[in-house]
Design a protein around this ligand. Sequence first.
Ligand code: ATP
Ligand code: MG
Length: 305
Amino acid sequence: MGLAMKMKEIIKKAHHVAEQFRVTNGDKFRLKDVDPGDTLGFTSEDKPRAKEALAAGVQALATFQDVLYAQDKWAVLLIFQAMDAAGKDGAIKHVMSGINPQGCQVHSFKSPSAEEIDHDYLWRCMKVLPNRGNIGIFNRSYYEETLVVRVHPEFLAKQKLPPALITKEIWNERFHDIRAFERYLTNNGIAVCKFFLHVSKKEQKRRFLERLMVPEKHWKFSAADMKERTFWDDYQNAYEEMIQNTATKHAPWHVIPADNKWFTRLAVAAAVIDTVAGLGLEYPKVDKDKWKELAAAKKALLNGA
Ligand code: ATP
Ligand code: MG
């Protein structure tokens, strides 16, 4: 198969996979309708084939990124949200493994610093939005403002907001503002693609236990993660409402089954490919003057310059 045909085939397959997990309108979205163990019918015997497909996808993504960088108009913002041990870091690492580090930045958002708390909550995210031609990755994001901050009201209390603004409407207001912000980004040429890696409580337990048993994984274990696990249902509700309220056509959520890492990575790669391919980018066309310049340089070099 020729290269162009191969790319077409990958784009088609990626679209097919991505579509199944994409939420563009949250009205009817229920988290319980998504099975964290779903693999679209692939079994663990298909794992080697899935790995091959991921490798092909990663390669295709490298080509897309090259075009994105060359045209220098659109940027892509990928947002990752998940419970602990759902595999955010691994998904980011694998899916982005083939791309040029010059055109990609990853930012992780932790508990806000004193300086960050002294600003509105979008401030720290806005400062690091991707440049045109680049892919920006947010490992956690402003969505934490509707998740951890909602599950733990003491975080909201520490935010230095004027008390009159803290009402029971605050979460709806945040959803509204985030929708408007993402509309603004899209209108400015920053394509937004969001991921929720949906892991089951049972699989999280298995992964925590693994962190406790395998010496190479000890460093990943944190007692704080254990504590958050006790708020599981509150988090699931917060995630569901977040998706219901902020899934839009221009900034869709992808709710990716996350109990099987090999499948999660494949599905994330598919959605990223589908997003970038959907921009319909091409290498910049060379105009007449540039063409003459290239021809002259070629001639000079061939003539021994
Ligand atoms: P890993 O554990 O894989 O290193 P992580 O994303 O869990 O990655 P941590 O340093 O463990 O990184 O956790 C970051 C913590 O910061 C999370 O518990 C998250 O909920 C919290 N956090 C992020 N944004 C906010 C926020 N705006 N307000 C309060 N807490 C936040
Ligand atoms: Mg953590």
